[in-house]
Design a protein around this ligand. Structure first.
Ligand code: AMP
Length: 507
C-alpha cells in the first residue's frame, strides 16, 4: 500500500475534477482537475532539478494558490516540504538551510540575489523563484518539464514535511512529520468538523504554519471541498466573504477584530456553518461576545506544530468557552506532574502529554531534544500546562516556560490575566514573571486599556486585592497600546520579559 498522503488527495481531486478547489478574489481559480495537472508539472520540475524522494524542498514565498500546488507536487514526488515563515531574515534562513540541507530553495523573486548567496554558503544546490502572482522561474521550468504523473510510493513513517517550531526559547527545531501523521489528522478533523464537498473555507491564515497549511488545506483536500483563498486577514474582505463561505478557521485575533466591526451580525453570517479558533487562547469573553453577536459558538481546538491537532470542542455537544475541548478520536492526553510524568488527579494542573498517530517522529537532527520530549512510551511532552475537568474537557493555563514562580509559589498567568481582563476599561492583559531579588520572580502585569479608560497602576492593584491571593497579585502594572503578537496571534511573552527585565533590579 502506498501511504503517500497525496494518494488520498489525488483520489478526491480526480473525483472532483470539474469542481472548484481554490478560488481567489482576483479570479486566480483552480478546479481540482487544473490543480492536479499543475502538480504533475511542478513535480516534473522538481525531478528535473534533481530532487529525490526524501530530499527537502525549502520554500519561503508569499501566499498564493501556486504555493499550495508546490506543496502538493512535493508530496507527489516524495520530497519533504519545508515551509519557512516569510518574516525570517536571511541570517535566520542561513540557519534553516544549514540545518535541513535542502536540495532546492524556492524564494520570492525579489529575494533571489540574497537567496543565492545564502544557498551557496550553506551548500544548497538549487534556487528557484515563485511570486505571489504565480509567476517565477519554477513555474517557467514546470511549463516545459516532463510531467510527473506517478505518485511516489511512501511508507507511513516516511517524512512528508519538516516544520520549524517558532523557537521562542533557543534555536528553532525542525519537527519531522510523516505521511501518516498528516493523513490521520486531516481525516479525523474533516470527519469531526463535518466537512463535505459543499463546504467553502474562507482561508485567511498564513500557509507556512501547521494551521493554515495542514489543518486548513489538508482538511479541504480530504473532503473535496473548496477554499476562498485570501492573501491575508482583512476585516472587510472576510465580512464580504461570509455570504459565499461556509466555514472560517481563525486565530483569536480574527475574532476580536471582527467583533470591532458593526456589520458583524446573524444575517451576515447566515451562510456560515462553522467558525473554529486555535493557535492561541480564545478568551471566554470573545467566545461569548461572538455568540451574542452572530448566534455562532466558536469551536476552539488545540494543537501544535509537533502534534498536529490534539483536542477539539465537539461539533454537536457543548462548545465550552475557555476550554479546548476533548481529545480527538485516537488521541490520548494525560496530565502529569512536570518532571516525573506521573498522572495528576482530574482538576489538577499539570503538564499535557499527548500520544497518537498525530504525534511527530522527532526533531530533525536533534536526537537529544527528541529523547527529552518524546518519551519511550510514545507520549510527547507538550510544554503546555493544563487540567482536565469533570466532563473531560481540557483547559490550558499556559506554557510551562511562562509559569511564574514567585516566592516559591506557582502563579499561572492565565488566572491573573482573567481577573484583570474582567475589570472595566481593560481590553486585555499579559502577566509575566520578571527577575526579582526577593521573590525570584515578580508577578508583572502588562495591560491594554480601552480607549478613553482612566486606569492607573494603583487602581488596578487595588481592584485585585480582594480577588487574588497575595502571592498572585502583580507587583507592578504597566500600560501599553497593544501586546506584541506573532502572525499566529500568540502574545510574545519573551519580548515582554525582555522589555521589563530590569524593573525590580533595585527593589
Ligand atoms: P505552534 O507550534 O506554533 O502551533 O504553537 C503551539 C502552541 O500554541 C501550543 O503548544 C499552545 O501553547 C498554543 N495553542 C494552540 N492552540 C491553543 C488554544 N486553543 N488555546 C491555547 N493555546 C493554544
Amino acid at each position: 500500500m502506498n501511504h503517500n498522503l497525496f494518494e488520498s488527495f489525488a483520489k478526491r481531486m480526480t473525483e472532483r475534477r470539474q469542481h472548484d478547489f481554490i478560488v481567489t478574489p482576483e479570479g486566480r481559480n483552480y478546479s481540482y482537475g487544473e490543480a492536479l495537472e499543475v502538480t504533475e508539472q511542478l513535480a516534473g520540475a522538481l525531478v528535473e532539478l534533481g530532487v529525490e524522494p526524501g530530499d527537502r524542498v525549502a520554500v519561503q514565498v508569499d501566499k498564493s494558490p501556486e504555493a499550495i500546488l508546490l506543496y502538493l507536487a512535493c508530496l507527489r514526488m516524495g520530497g519533504v516540504y519545508l515551509p519557512l515563515n516569510t518574516g525570517y531574515t536571511f541570517a535566520e534562513i542561513g540557519y534553516f538551510l544549514g540545518n535541513a540541507e535542502p536540495h532546492l530553495f524556492v524564494c520570492q523573486p525579489a529575494a533571489l540575489e540574497a537567496a543565492r548567496k545564502v544557498a551557496q554558503e550553506t551548500g544548497c544546490p538549487h534556487v528557484e523563484t515563485l511570486a505571489d502572482d504565480g509567476t517565477g522561474s519554477l513555474m517557467t521550468r514546470a511549463a516545459t518539464a516532463e510531467r510527473y504523473t506517478a505518485i511516489e510510493p511512501r511508507g507511513a513513517d516516511d517524512l512528508a514535511a519538516i516544520l520549524y517550531t517558532s523557537g521562542t526559547t533557543g534555536r528553532s527545531k525542525g519537527a519531522m512529520l510523516t505521511h501518516h501523521n498528516l493523513a490521520s489528522n486531516c481525516r479525523t478533523l474533516a470527519e469531526v468538523w463535518r466537512f463535505t464537498e459543499q463546504d467553502r473555507l474562507i482561508h485567511a491564515l498564513p500557509i507556512f504554519h501547521t494551521h493554515g497549511l495542514f489543518v486548513a488545506c489538508n482538511v479541504i483536500l480530504m473532503a473535496g471541498a473548496s477554499m476562498l483563498f485570501l492573501s491575508r486577514f482583512d476585516v472587510d474582505t472576510v465580512i464580504e466573504a461570509f455570504s459565499e463561505g461556509t466555514t472560517l478557521m481563525g486565530v483569536p485575533t480574527f475574532y476580536t477584530r471582527l467583533l470591532q466591526d458593526d456589520r458583524l451580525s446573524p444575517e451576515r453570517t447566515a451562510n456560515m456553518r462553522l467558525f473554529t479558533s486555535g493557535s492561541a487562547p480564545l478568551t471566554a469573553e470573545t467566545h461569548e461576545a461572538f455568540h451574542r453577536r452572530t448566534g455562532h459558538a466558536i469551536l476552539e481546538r488545540y494543537g501544535m506544530t509537533e502534534t498536529n491537532m490534539n483536542t477539539s470542542n465537539p461539533y454537536d455537544g457543548a462548545r465550552i468557552a475557555g476550554t479546548v475541548g476533548l481529545p480527538l478520536p485516537g488521541v490520548e492526553i494525560r496530565i502529569t506532574e512536570p518532571g516525573t510524568h506521573t498522572p495528576v488527579a482530574d482538576g489538577e494542573i499539570g503538564m499535557l502529554e499527548v500520544r497518537g498517530p498525530n504525534v511527530f517522529k522527532g526533531y530533525w537532527r536533534m536526537p537529544e531534544k527528541t529523547r527529552e520530549e518524546l518519551l519511550k512510551d510514545g507520549f510527547f511532552v507538550t510544554g503546555d500546562l493544563g487540567l482536565k475537568d469533570a466532563k473531560g474537557y481540557i483547559h490550558i493555563v499556559g506554557r510551562d516556560k511562562d509559569l511564574v514562580i514567585s516566592g516559591g509559589f506557582n502563579v499561572y498567568p492565565k488566572e491573573v490575566e482573567q481577573v484583570i481582563d474582567e475589570m472595566d476599561g481593560v481590553v486585555e492583559s499579559a502577566v509575566i514573571g520578571v527577575s526579582h531579588p526577593d521573590f525570584g520572580e515578580g508577578v508583572t502585569a502588562v495591560v491594554v486599556p480601552a480607549a478613553g479608560a482612566e486606569l492607573d497602576e494603583a487602581g488596578v492593584l487595588a481592584a485585585l486585592k480582594d480577588r487574588l491571593a497575595k502571592y498572585k497579585q502583580p507587583k507592578r502594572v504597566f500600560f501599553v497600546d497593544s501586546l506584541p503578537r506573532n502572525t499566529m496571534g500568540k502574545v510574545q511573552k519573551n519580548q515582554l520579559r525582555e522589555t521589563y527585565r530590569d524593573i525590580y533590579k533595585n527593589a
